[in-house]
Ligand binder design. Structure first.
Ligand SMILES: Nc1nc2c(ncn2[C@@H]2O[C@H](COP(=O)(O)OP(=O)(O)OP(=O)(O)O)[C@@H](O)[C@H]2O)c(=O)[nH]1
Ligand SMILES: [Mg+2]
Length: 402
């Protein structure tokens, strides 16, 4: 009996003990809800995070900007890596060697009309007066010029008569020879771009508006760089800021520095500074781009004369290149004459030959002015500039297949 009573007492003690332990715990759990009064946050009810009641509204708006900034940080670190490919923007210009092939292809494309017309006349059984007149017309239409055409056709007629040439191929070959002879193949067409007397060669680029001066400066710079030369560009076209930008862009592509002045500044002083800089840094060639000007604007032509005189304080200009747009035809002759009077042109660059069937202007320019055509522009692409070679040019003019 005693044993039973003792066991009951023990049981009661155990039950009371257990209840005493559990109830306070339950009470503690009940406490937070009344304090927080927000349902969703009960679970996070750890002591340290229990401050939010006052904080949430403020931090939520305040932490928003930092959140945006934080993800922005890692890309900043990565950016230099993205910038790296910008350096290889330095281009490796095409070697000049293969360009003549392309010149022929481009010319043939636009000039085949001329070549085919001539061939159909030449293939007649008998070259009568009408036939010779048609040949003359073809040459004049191709901008060879009336005078030059008459000389060429007369010489050809004489040869055909004396030699008794009968075949189309024979007459064509003789015509090609006469056209080539009219281009004076012995003329020196090399560009004087090599440094001498301890200073860079200076090249001045002139011409009417839109002829292709800036583009040609850029293309020449590429040719020189491709040949291992160092080049500096002078943006003496100060009329428009965009002109200097255009030149700078060409320079940047091949790693050439461009000296420029303020918009509307004195072009002569920019040209002077460019050559000075070229001497100081020791480049091989300084190319000076000038603003387009019509040959009949006396003030602008005087300004060009001044640019050249000021540049020559450093020493003589080695090459003054007149840029002529082949599509302007015979008007190019008048331009060339006036520019030559002002700045003593040493070479002509005939641009846009890819877009005209009037390639004969090359012959007219050279015969009339005695100035060698040194380069030809055959497109807007950076490497669409080729050295001028009379025989190859005539072949292209007449069309490849006889
Ligand atoms: N198809 C063709 N376009 C050319 C050639 N050379 C230049 N051009 C284009 O002719 C336009 C005028 O070229 P620019 O080099 O700006 O001419 P610019 O003489 O400097 O012009 P200004 O400075 O305004 O007098 C550009 O659209 C050139 O891409 C060429 O040989 N062929
Ligand atoms: Mg220009």
């Amino acid at each position: 009996m005693e044993y039973v009573v003792t066991s009951l007492i023990l049981l009661v003690v155990l039950i009371v003990g257990a209840v005493g332990l559990v109830v306070p715990r339950l009470r503690r759990r009940e406490l937070p809800p009344p304090g927080e009064s927000r349902p969703g946050e009960t679970r996070a009810g750890t002591t340290t995070l229990e401050r939010p009641p006052a904080a949430p509204p403020v931090p939520q708006t305040e932490t928003l900007p930092p959140l945006i900034e934080r993800p922005a940080a890692p890309p900043v670190v990565e950016e230099p890596v993205v910038e790296a490919p910008a350096k290889p923007a330095l281009e490796k210009p095409e070697p000049t060697a293969g360009r003549l092939v392309r010149l022929r292809a481009r010319l043939s494309r636009s000039q085949n009309v001329f070549g085919r017309g001539l061939l159909s006349v030449l293939s007649r059984d008998h070259l009568d007066e009408d036939a010779w007149e048609e040949i003359e017309d073809s040459l004049i239409t191709a901008d060879v010029g009336v005078e030059a055409t008459q000389v060429i056709v007369e010489r050809l007629r004489e040869r055909v008569r004396v030699l008794g040439t009968r075949t189309v191929a024979g007459v064509r070959e003789q015509l090609a020879e006469e056209l080539t002879a009219a281009l004076d193949p012995e003329l020196d067409r090399s560009l004087r771009t090599a440094p001498h007397d301890g200073r860079p060669a200076t090249v001045l680029v002139v011409g009417v508006n839109g002829a292709g001066k800036t583009t040609t400066c850029g293309k020449i710079a590429r040719v020189l760089v491709a040949d291992g030369r160092t080049v500096l560009l002078g943006a003496a076209d100060t009329f428009r800021a965009a002109a200097a930008d255009q030149l700078t862009t060409w320079g940047e592509r091949v790693g050439a520095e461009t000296v420029r002045g303020p918009e509307g500044g004195d072009p002569a002083s920019v040209a002077f500074d460019a050559v000075k800089r070229g001497i100081d840094v020791g480049v091989d060639t300084v190319l000076i781009d000038t603003a387009g000007r019509l040959q009949n604007k006396v003030g602008l032509m005087d300004e060009l004369g001044k640019v050249k005189r000021v540049v020559e304080k450093h020493g003589p200009v080695d090459e003054t290149l007149l840029i002529l747009d082949a599509t302007t035809g015979q008007n190019g002759l008048e331009q060339a004459r006036v520019f030559t009077e002002v700045v003593d042109v040493t070479g002509v660059v005939l641009t846009k030959l890819d877009g005209t069937a009037k390639g004969g202007i090359v012959i007219a320019v050279q015969r009339k002015l005695g100035i060698p055509v040194k380069l030809v522009g055959l497109g807007e692409g950076p490497d669409d500039l080729a050295p001028f070679e009379p025989a190859a040019f005539v072949e292209a003019l007449l069309g490849a297949d006889a």
